[in-house]
Design a protein. Structure first.
Length: 372
């Protein structure tokens, strides 16, 4: 099973993690007219996380962060920290599945949730059995039409834009703080899952700027999404709508065509599906690293079964999921996603020579400090 990917493919994975299901939500909507500013500031938090992840991986090319954590922090503390991070990956995979099912039920309200969850997980499991390289190729295949539909989708409602909905700027900076935390948690800090896949990148030393480029592209798209929704719906309707971008497309008409949001359903489902696929992949790769397995294939179906069962058990209703579970994830998901890679980087930097010695490679001055 080929698990090698290029930096460009990793950049596309990063792009889909950032868009994911957040494309049709506006997580920063609590900031009202200033939500677009909160989107930009939250992106800076994620950019800092990306810099930490790249720096760590460039210091120890091809080495799993789980192994780096155990060598730099000690075997027991490292495994505990790795386990906590893997738990957060699992929780976000649950939330990603919940987002997909909730979104699907907007179009298929009578579809049983159990059936939707099972079909989605089995489809994702099939993709994982094909290997990481094929998953990366899938992102390449989906990228073109996703960008095309995003461009068309942002242009169609242009005649409904009212720029007065964006004024005054910085009218209430206090609400922006909570909105920044919400946006930083979802989706920007969720790129932490990619730290488990970075060791598979064959040309990261030369290709890491591609990850930065696609991070910026995704940030621009999410900022434009926020601006579009606010300008069309206004801050009040944006806040009370669970799917504000979906609402915008339902209002849009192109001559005699109505319900044009159905044409963009494929785009929404693709980005959400890819996010779940990447988190599912990160979870099984993490299990492989944590327990020292030869490969992750034996964990695909058990992990999928666990995700489905826990999803049914924890997500009792769509309202409970949107109003309770999603906001409640911030206090533990955000700190772990931010501080886990940072903690491992600091520990590995302090004990750099020791870690390199345990890995059987001599310390080199040509490390990430010179690469970034």
């Amino acid at each position: 099973m080929d698990n090698r990917i290029s930096s460009q493919q990793m950049a596309f994975l990063l792009f889909f993690v950032l868009l994911g299901t957040s494309l049709i939500y506006v997580p920063e909507s609590d900031a009202g007219r200033n939500a677009w500013i909160s989107t930009i500031l939250a992106a800076l938090v994620g950019f800092s996380l990306l810099a930490v992840m790249l720096r760590l991986q460039l210091m120890f090319p091809g080495i799993s962060i789980f192994k780096i954590a155990e060598l730099s922090l000690g075997r027991i503390p490292g495994k505990i920290l790795n386990g906590v991070f893997l738990y957060v990956i699992f929780v976000i995979a649950l939330l990603s599945l919940g987002d997909l099912v909730t979104m699907l039920r907007q179009l298929f309200p009578y579809a049983p949730q159990f059936s939707l969850r099972t079909i989605i997980i089995l489809t994702v499991a099939y993709c994982l059995y094909k290997g990481v390289t094929n998953v990366a190729r899938l992102t390449e295949a989906a990228l073109g039409y996703t960008l095309l539909f995003i461009a068309i989708g942002f242009l169609v409602p242009a005649n409904m834009v009212d720029l007065s909905n964006l004024q005054p700027v910085l009218s209430d900076w206090r609400t922006m703080l909570g909105a920044i935390a919400y946006g930083a948690n979802w989706p920007y800090a969720q790129i932490a899952v990619l730290v488990l896949l970075l060791p598979m990148v064959t040309d990261l030393q030369k290709g890491y700027p591609k990850l930065v480029t696609w991070y910026i592209i995704a940030t621009v798209i999410l900022t434009l999404r926020t601006l579009l929704v606010l300008a069309v719906l206004g801050p009040e309707l944006t806040l009370i709508n669970a799917f504000p971008l979906y609402r915008v497309f339902r209002l849009a008409e192109v001559q005699t065509f109505q319900r044009i949001e159905l044409f963009f359903f494929a785009m929404w489902f693709t980005t959400g599906f890819m996010q779940l696929l990447i988190y599912y992949l990160g979870f099984v790769v993490g299990l492989q690293d944590l327990f020292g397995l030869k490969n992750y294939r034996s964990m695909i179906l058990p992990a999928g079964l666990l995700i489905v069962i826990m999803s049914i058990y924890t997500i009792s209703s769509e309202m409970y999921f949107l109003q309770v579970l999603t906001p409640a994830s911030i206090p533990h998901d955000l700190p772990v996603n931010l501080f886990y890679p940072f903690t491992v980087l600091v520990a590995a930097s302090i004990g750099y020579k020791k870690v390199k010695g345990k890995l059987g490679t001599p310390p080199s001055s040509n490390t990430a400090e010179q690469s970034m």
